[in-house]
Design a protein around this ligand. Structure first.
Ligand code: NDP
Length: 291
């Protein structure tokens, strides 16, 4: 039986409609959410991502200020630009599009963003906050900045009524932006989570046990139908550019025949990532205004 398609585009639109109302409410109170975006160099994929984020800002009524900086900018200069944005009371959120060129230490850059303006949710202060929180709903109630892609995945699961409590979840990938944080969010939502990586033994057998598989690997069609059980829910985070177009980390055509629900690429996790960035920016503006 073909799987239910988890339509990230549709859910993202629904959330953006809700967020537009919140932006209007804030503006009525004299608060203007503003996102400052920085792109170092001219990486084409990064240009696309920044463009999508700025378009989302426009749709929601969030002001976006963008600076494209030369690829050979010094780390010190970039840090001083971030410092200026940290101290600008008109800026609600700051986003430095990753990756940055190799001569710049991305850890130093992310650490330099004020935790109050860290709308990507990558600052160690904010990471520490959600790592130490026990329940996912408390994270939301307390208004923590959650990293956008994992946050978007949680929203997709919630809005499609996919239970996480007691579910066996296998996350493939242990990056700081996807694999590790989604593991912590799911743990806080009472899932039993196994996190896998390139050194994991018997990956196929581990994945076969999962009620939910989250693929964040960066290898096209890596998760194949023989790796998952019948009825599995599959969340495909991967974005791989092939001559045939964008494909995920999951062999969608075959896995969707076995899964009960699956995200497509494009139109699954991607639109959710951008939407949760908007949510974080609005929350930052609200918090900074003390309302
Ligand atoms: P990283 O390259 O940082 O991490 C990839 C992970 O996959 C690593 O932990 C790596 O293991 C693991 N891995 C690689 N090969 C294997 C293997 N053969 N078996 C098991 N695990 C393996 O990637 P990201 O987390 O940044 O991104 C993952 C994918 O998600 C990419 O395609 C990226 O473009 C996409 N992405 C999409 C977003 C969206 O909004 N849709 C947002 C962010 C990312 P090890 O640690 O051992 O090297």
């Amino acid at each position: 039986m073909a799987a239910m398609i988890i339509n990230g585009k549709e859910v993202a639109q629904q959330i953006q409609d809700e967020l537009t109302v919140r932006v209007t409410e804030l503006k009525d109170k004299g608060v203007l959410p503003r996102l400052a975006t920085l792109l170092v160099g001219e990486n084409p994929a990064s240009q696309v991502y920044i463009g999508q984020k700025r378009k989302a800002c426009d749709r929601l009524g969030i002001i976006s200020d963008h600076q494209t900086l030369p690829a050979d900018i010094t780390e010190a200069k970039l840090l001083s630009i971030i410092d200026g944005l940290n101290n600008d009371p008109g800026v609600s959120g700051i986003l430095v599009q990753l990756p940055v060129p190799e001569h710049i230490d991305s850890v130093k850059i992310l650490d330099a963003i004020s935790p109050q303006k860290d709308v990507d949710g990558f600052h160690p202060f904010n990471v520490g906050k959600f790592f130490t929180e026990k329940s996912f709903s408390d994270m939301i109630d307390k208004g923590l900045f959650l990293p956008c892609t994992p946050y978007g995945i949680m929203e997709l699961l919630k809005r499609y009524d996919i239970p996480t409590k007691g579910a066996d979840v296998v996350v493939v990938g242990r990056s700081n932006i996807v694999g590790k944080p989604i593991t912590m969010l799911l743990l806080a939502a009472d899932a039993t989570v196994t996190i896998c990586h390139s050194r994991t033994k018997n990956l196929k057998e581990v994945c076969q046990r999962a009620d939910i598989v989250i693929a964040a690997i960066g290898k096209p069609k890596f998760v194949t139908a023989d790796m998952v059980k019948e009825g599995v829910v599959v969340i495909d985070v991967g974005v791989n550019r092939l001559p045939e177009g964008l494909v995920g980390d999951v062999d969608y055509e075959n896995v969707s025949q076995k899964a009960s629900a699956i995200t497509p690429v494009p139109g699954g996790v991607g639109p959710m990532t951008i939407t949760m960035l908007m949510a974080n920016t609005i929350m930052a503006a609200k918090n900074q205004a003390g309302i």
